[in-house]
Design a protein around this ligand. Structure first.
Ligand code: SF4
Length: 394
C-alpha cells in the first residue's frame, strides 16, 4: 500500500474509470489522490523559463526522471530518460538527490521509492497519473485468486510472476509467495526461472505479455494458457482447467497497446510496401504473431538506431515515443510511422504536463514537499524481495 502525501484532504473515491481532468480523487486505486495546489495556467508563456529557474535553484537536490512515453514538453527537463525499471535504478544511483521527480505513472514512482534510500523522496507531479493496467489487479482480487488456486489444490505448484507495471501491493504479494517481477525485456528469463521453481505460473497483470512470452519464447501452446477473470466466480475457470494449465494469465491489458489490431498490421503493409512492423509485447497475440519484430521499448529504440538508411518502420507502441523517434531518425533517412491510423497516447502518462512539472519544481524549490509517493515498510520489504529475485535472474 502507498501513501501519497500532499495535504490533509478529505478525498472521496470516484467511480470513474478514468479521472478526466487529472484533478479528481481515487485513494483506493493505483492512481492515488487528488493533486492539490494552484497549477500555473497552461497558457502562461513563461512556463519553460519557470521550470528551468526552479530546477536550477534546486540544483543537485533534484533528479528528474522522464519515462519514454512522456510528452516532449516534459522530457526536455528530464535528467535521464528510460523505461520504468531503468529509471528506478538511475534514481537509486543518485543518492545525493533528495527529491526524485518521477515523470511517469504511479506504479513507477512506487518502484523508485522501493529502490531508493529512505532519505530520498519520490514525487509524482500529478497524483492522478496512474496506469489502467496496474489498476486491473488489486490486492484483494489477487488474494482471492490465491484462495481459488488453494481450493483447486495447486497453489503450492504455482509461482507468481508480476510485470513491473503493477502496484507495490501486487509486487509484495509476488515476493511473499516466492515469485519474481519481470520487465518486457527479461520476461523470458523470468518465466524460465519460475518454471524451475514450480510447475505453473500465475502471470500478473498483463495477459498479453504473459501469453506472448510463453508461446513465442518458451514454446508453450495457447492451450497451455488459461485466462483468470477476477470479475467472475473462481476466475471463470473450473478446478480442472486450473490443474491442466501451465500459465494462468490474469485478465489485464494495456489500454494503449491493446488497441493495435491485425487490421492495423495488414493496412500498414498495404500502404507502405517493404515496411518492417515492430511491436511491443504488450500487444495482442495475433498482432505480435503478424509482426516482423517484437520487443520492449529499449529494444525498439536500439532496433531503430541500428536500422539502415532508407528502411521503413511501423511501430506499435505509445505515440509520444513513436513521434520522437520518427523526428530523431528522419535526418538519417529512416521512415518511421505509427502502426495505427488513430491517435494512441497513454492518457494517464499525458497527465504529467508542463504546468504540473512547474508547480512541483517551484513547490520543492520553496521547501514544500508535495505529492510524495511512499510505500509502507512491510509492502516495501516483500516488493523488494520480488525485485531482488528479478535482479538475480541468470
Ligand atoms: S502505456 Fe499502458 S501499461 Fe504503460 S502506463 Fe499507459 S496504460 Fe499503463
Amino acid at each position: 500500500m502507498t501513501t501519497a502525501q500532499t495535504t490533509e484532504l478529505d478525498v472521496q473515491p470516484t467511480p470513474l474509470a478514468l479521472l478526466l481532468l487529472g484533478r479528481e480523487a481515487d485513494p483506493k486505486s493505483e492512481r492515488g489522490v487528488e493533486c492539490p495546489g494552484d497549477l500555473p495556467s497552461p497558457s502562461d508563456p513563461d512556463l519553460v523559463e519557470r521550470a528551468r529557474a526552479a530546477k536550477e535553484k534546486l540544483g543537485d537536490k533534484v533528479f528528474v526522471l522522464g519515462h519514454h512515453y512522456q510528452r516532449d514538453e516534459v522530457i526536455q527537463f528530464a535528467d535521464v530518460t528510460g523505461d520504468s525499471f531503468k529509471l528506478a535504478k538511475d534514481a537509486a544511483a543518485r543518492p545525493e538527490a533528495e527529491y526524485i521527480v518521477f515523470c511517469g505513472v504511479h506504479f513507477m514512482a512506487e518502484s523508485a521509492d522501493i529502490l531508493t534510500s529512505d532519505d530520498q523522496k519520490v514525487v509524482l507531479p500529478d497524483l492522478a497519473a496512474g496506469c489502467s493496467m496496474a489498476d486491473m489487479a488489486t490486492a484483494e482480487q489477487v488474494a482471492e485468486c490465491w484462495d481459488v488456486l488453494t481450493e483447486a489444490g495447486i497453489a503450492e505448484q504455482v509461482v507468481p510472476v508480476s510485470y513491473m507495471n503493477s502496484s507495490a501491493d501486487i509486487k509484495a504479494f509476488t515476493g511473499k509467495h516466492g515469485g519474481t517481477i519481470c520487465t518486457s525485456s527479461n520476461a523470458q528469463r523470468a518465466l524460465e526461472w519460475a518454471f524451475e521453481q514450480g510447475e505453473k505460473i500465475l502471470f500478473l497483470p498483463d495477459q498479453h505479455l504473459g501469453r506472448n512470452t510463453a508461446v513465442r519464447d518458451l514454446g508453450l501452446s495457447l492451450e497451455d494458457c488459461v485466462l483468470y477473470n477476477p470479475h467472475k466466480p473462481n476466475g471463470g475457470l473450473t478446478a480442472e482447467q486450473l490443474r491442466d494449465a501451465k500459465m494462468i494469465l490474469w485478465r489485464g491489458h494495456c489500454s494503449v497497446h491493446g488497441r493495435f489490431s491485425l487490421e492495423s498490421v495488414e493496412d500498414v503493409r498495404a500502404r507502405i510496401p517493404g515496411v518492417n512492423v515492430l511491436v511491443h509485447p504488450e500487444c495482442r497475440h495475433e498482432v505480435v504473431a503478424a509482426a516482423d519484430y517484437v520487443g520492449s521499448t529499449e529494444y525498439i529504440i536500439k532496433a531503430l538506431e541500428a536500422a539502415p538508411a532508407g528502411s521503413k518502420w511501423a511501430i506499435g507502441t505509445e505515440l509520444n515515443l513513436v513521434r520522437r523517434l520518427a523526428n530523431r531518425f528522419a535526418p538519417e533517412g529512416k521512415e518511421i510511422v505509427f502502426l495505427d491510423k488513430t491517435v494512441c497516447f497513454c492518457s494517464t502518462m499525458n497527465r504529467i504536463d508542463l504546468p504540473h512539472l512547474v508547480w512541483t519544481l517551484e513547490s520543492l524549490a520553496e521547501g514544500k514537499l508535495v505529492n510524495r509517493i511512499q510505500v509502507d515498510q512491510e509492502t516495501e520489504a516483500f516488493a523488494k524481495l520480488a525485485l531482488e529475485r528479478m535482479l538475480a535472474l541468470p
